[in-house]
Design a protein around this ligand. Structure first.
Ligand code: ADP
Ligand code: MG
Length: 446
């Protein structure tokens, strides 16, 4: 009983129970039944309502995860913390004052000195964007207004078609006394990329691709007579993880060449000799930073990781020698770091770097000897002796890599030129064979 003889494949007809036991009707499709899996996932709100008829689901009542630390309310009627940062929550909304667009907060993207950057969704267009919420302090507010003005000018006047690797800004507005800047949403910064690569350095061909794009951006900045003033791996972002397309961000320290108000600028590792020495400066300080950055991309570690201003100067002098005398002669800070040691045959003053102990006792600082991360002191040796990746095991590939490195060294030496007047401009550097792809046949003269 209950058995049938099977003579043909068509006799194997599966029996489908039209109303499976224990399954309830799908409210959206009355002829279908919901599986237990669906009841406990996509149909969970209905399941809860069946269990408790007073249950109602509202997405606005979802718990709001706080993104700002510390999250204790202190200033600005309790919406700011002790650092004057706006306390941000997931699912909170920024904007909408005076009928402007509203932005739903999704997640945190980064934190800097000026404020917090969060990933948001424009609630009208549904586009994803990055919003920088600036601290509610006059100094940060004023500087960030400058960032808005500079980005606006760069985007509209100098790079209307988004071809020169400069961050796009869509709009800016004020939210509860915080200036908010709406940007295109980008991916990881180059420091994170180096870190993900276990600080082993990137391939020389990838370094070349990044450098070409940075020079493109710096050419536009030079044309606009703007100095970025804080070029470093954290302020260079990949557009996405799928391609090596990059963008320069963070124009919060940028200034016009005619308005170089501040003397304490640039992040220490990337600070140029003229800024360290207290000299007037120009767009060429960004080219120094670029030199430090491209070497760091190749080596995976910063070239001049100074632990103090003195240590920064001493690392530069150890590798590249004492700066030319006309810089030392005019620098407001020269006597902090150098001793006058006499006059040469041409009547020019001679200087020597102060010994560490002398500097430390004069400035009451606790200077430490430079920790060395490379087994050579000269740039050429550090780059040439850097291990070749195993994937390049074939002799012909190694020869090619070494030729590429010789071209790279010559290129970098033009950027890490102590004298800002001799240092290459972005226009000159872009013509170097390392970037142009022409064969490198010996020292490039611009
Ligand atoms: P600060 O001036 O405070 O340094 P930044 O503009 O450099 O602020 O932003 C801080 C960090 O936030 C960056 O290093 C980066 O990791 C992240 N970030 C900034 N802008 C974006 C963006 N448009 N897309 C994705 N992440 C961003
Ligand atoms: Mg920054």
């Amino acid at each position: 009983v209950g058995f049938r003889e099977i003579r043909h494949v068509s006799d194997l007809r599966p029996v489908v129970n039209s109303h499976p036991q224990g399954r309830r009707v799908d409210p959206n499709a009355p002829d279908k039944y919901l599986s237990p899996l669906k009841c406990l996932t996509v149909a969970l709100p209905q399941t809860f309502t069946l269990c408790n008829s007073s249950f109602r689901y509202e997405s606005s009542e979802n718990p709001r995860r706080v993104l700002t630390k510390p999250s204790k309310p202190v200033y600005n009627d309790g919406v700011d913390n002790e650092d004057w940062d706006y306390i941000l929550y997931v699912n909170d909304v920024l904007g909408g004052e005076n009928g402007g667009d509203r932005y739903l907060i999704l997640d945190v993207l980064g934190q800097g000195t000026f404020g917090q950057v969060v990933k948001c969704q424009n609630m009208r267009t549904h586009d994803i964007c990055a919003v920088k919420v600036v601290k509610n302090k006059p100094a940060y507010l004023n500087q960030s207004k400058m960032e808005v003005a500079i980005l606006d000018m760069l985007n509209k006047q100098y790079d209307p078609n988004d071809r020169h690797h400069i961050l796009r800004m869509f709009e800016s507005f004020t939210h509860k006394n915080h200036l908010c800047l709406v940007f295109e949403c980008l991916s990881s910064n180059l420091y994170e990329l180096i870190k993900q690569n276990q600080f082993k350095g990137l391939s020389i061909s990838l370094v070349k691709v990044f450098t070409g794009q940075l020079l493109d951006c710096l050419q536009v900045l030079k044309e606009a007579r703007l100095i970025h003033c804080d070029l470093k791996p954290e302020n260079i972002l990949l557009k996405s993880l799928q391609s090596p397309h990059i963008k320069v961000i963070d124009f919060g320290s940028a200034c016009h060449e005619m308005q170089t108000v501040y003397t304490y600028i640039q992040s220490r590792f990337y600070r140029s000799p003229e800024v360290l020495l207290g000299l007037p400066y120009s767009t060429s300080i960004d080219m120094w930073s670029l030199g430090c950055i491209v070497v760091e991309l190749f080596l995976g570690l910063p070239l001049f990781p100074g632990t103090s201003e003195y240590n920064q100067v001493s690392r530069i002098v150890d590798m590249l020698g004492v700066p030319p005398h006309h810089l030392l002669e005019n620098g407001k800070q020269t006597h902090e770091f150098f001793n006058f040691v006499g006059v040469d045959a041409h009547g020019r003053k001679q200087y020597q770097l102060k010994p560490m102990d002398q500097y430390a006792s004069e400035h009451r600082t606790n200077e430490q000897p430079s920790k060395q991360y490379f087994s050579h002191t000269k740039l050429k040796d550090i780059i040439m002796e850097y291990p070749v990746s195993k994937r390049n095991a074939k002799q012909s590939d190694i020869d090619k890599e070494m030729a590429f490195r010789r071209s790279f060294i010559d290129f970098v030496e033009g950027l890490l030129e102590l004298d800002p007047l001799k240092r290459w401009t972005p226009q000159q550097a872009a013509k170097h064979p390392f970037i142009s792809g022409e064969q490198y046949t010996g020292h490039f003269v611009v």
